[in-house]
Design a protein around this ligand. Structure first.
Ligand SMILES: NC(=O)c1ccc[n+]([C@@H]2O[C@H](COP(=O)([O-])OP(=O)(O)OC[C@H]3O[C@@H](n4cnc5c(N)ncnc54)[C@H](O)[C@@H]3O)[C@@H](O)[C@H]2O)c1
Length: 359
């Protein structure tokens, strides 16, 4: 089992990478000095596939697991679901030392993490991410939270897990669209921090899409990059915002399509191509950089342009409502070279309106 440490002083934690690692979860829990009762928060889909494995490993190592099932879907990522989790935790008298295991994708991880951050002012939690997106992104870095009717992820807390267990074999049951959506974030890591990762993705896209050996390297390298960024800026005071490459445009595309047409990763894919196009238009990168980004996004079967009903005007208005507006200027992460990004602020009137014609 390979181990990567996220170095955050007293909040440091390991990420364990394995194939078939759910069988070891009980031993890992013991290694982290947990004992007794454990709550597993999952949803019916993931729970139906994997909860038994986790429960049996925990029972074999003298734990007393209890499963809390929450409904599947982003629409349930809200305070009502958190409240139902509190009811279960209070009902079974879970104590401050009783950990929560989040078994599922980013939705389960974000909700379970927030419940753990707030129940009894904080109980330990462990991330067991089961989607590609959650393995390369949401399970690492300690952002937890839920949506408010007025916006996504408006309620939350920074709260780091005690460890993360990534078992890449679970990706076999994940729908292919979810795999592709997760790969958008992997491509993002290459663009923002690691030219070699992008070269690897370009050379091995076929193997990666088929979940061959390349996917393990791509996941591990993505976690390393995310960990490096989070270690330098845990609470997103500055640098951590590089992780938002493609997200300003991507969020606007998600909003303007009512979150129905694209998965988050697909919207980010479009957003990355748009950010690359903007970088080129502003003379921050050359045409070759823009073209490589568009090509790799296409190679992974991801969309590269927003649907025709999204005009430049609508896009700008949606971005202005998003949280990235400072002093009436839109703030973007733009690309200089593959592996190097810069922050750039731009006024609405200076935005190149022909950008949409380029992507
Ligand atoms: N905390 C962070 O830093 C962070 C970062 C990025 C995204 N997020 C959040 O993550 C969420 C999206 O997460 P996601 O993309 O993992 O979606 P998700 O959690 O909704 O999972 C997608 C679907 O796959 C199913 N599923 C999960 N694992 C499976 C498996 N192994 N086999 C079969 N089906 C499986 C789920 O039940 C669900 O239906 C969003 O709410 C987003 O805001 C958080």
């Amino acid at each position: 089992m390979e181990i990567l440490t996220v170095d955050l002083g007293e909040r440091s934690y390991p990420i364990y990478f394995s194939r078939g690692g759910f069988e070891d979860i009980g031993t890992l829990m013991q290694k982290h000095s947990f004992k007794g009762r454990v709550s597993i928060i999952t949803n019916p889909v993931v729970g139906g596939l994997y909860a038994e494995k986790v429960i049996s490993s925990l029972k074999d190592t003298d734990f007393f697991p209890e499963v809390i099932k929450i409904p599947d879907g982003e629409e349930y990522k809200n305070l009502n679901t958190v409240s139902s989790i509190y009811d279960s935790l209070v009902g079974s008298r879970m104590e401050r030392i009783s950990p929560i295991i989040a078994l599922g994708g980013g939705v389960v991880g974000d909700i379970a993490g927030f419940a753990a951050a707030t129940y009894l002012r904080g109980i330990p939690f462990v991330q067991v991410p089961t989607t590609l997106l959650s393995q390369v992104d949401s399970s690492v870095g300690g952002k937890t939270g839920v949506n408010h009717p007025k916006g996504k992820n408006l309620i939350g807390a920074f709260y780091q897990p005690r460890f993360v267990l990534i078992d890449t074999t679970v990706l076999k049951t994940l729908p292919h669209t979810e795999i592709r959506a997760g790969l958008a974030e992997v491509i993002k890591y290459g663009i923002i921090k690691d030219h070699n990762l992008l070269l690897f993705l370009e050379a091995n896209y076929d193997d990666i899409l088929k979940l061959g050996g390349g996917i393990d390297y791509a996941i591990k390298r993505s976690c390393e990059i995310k960990a490096e960024v989070v270690e330098q800026d845990e609470r997103e005071k500055g640098l951590r915002a590089v992780l938002n490459f493609g997200h300003t445009f991507g969020h606007a595309v998600e909003t303007l399509t009512d979150y129905r047409e694209f998965k988050h990763g697909e919207a980010v894919a479009i957003g990355m191509v748009m950010a690359a196009a903007l970088s080129y238009e502003l003379g921050i990168c050359n045409y070759g950089v823009y073209k490589r980004i568009k090509d790799i996004v296409e190679k992974f079967g991801l969309p590269v342009s927003p649907p025709p009903q999204i005009t430049a005007d609508k896009l700008l208005s949606a971005m202005e409502i998003d949280k990235k507006v400072i002093d009436a200027k839109l703030r973007f992460v733009l690309v200089k070279e593959i592996g190097e990004v810069v922050f750039h602020e731009i006024r609405r009137e200076d935005f190149p309106l022909d950008l949409l014609g380029m992507v």
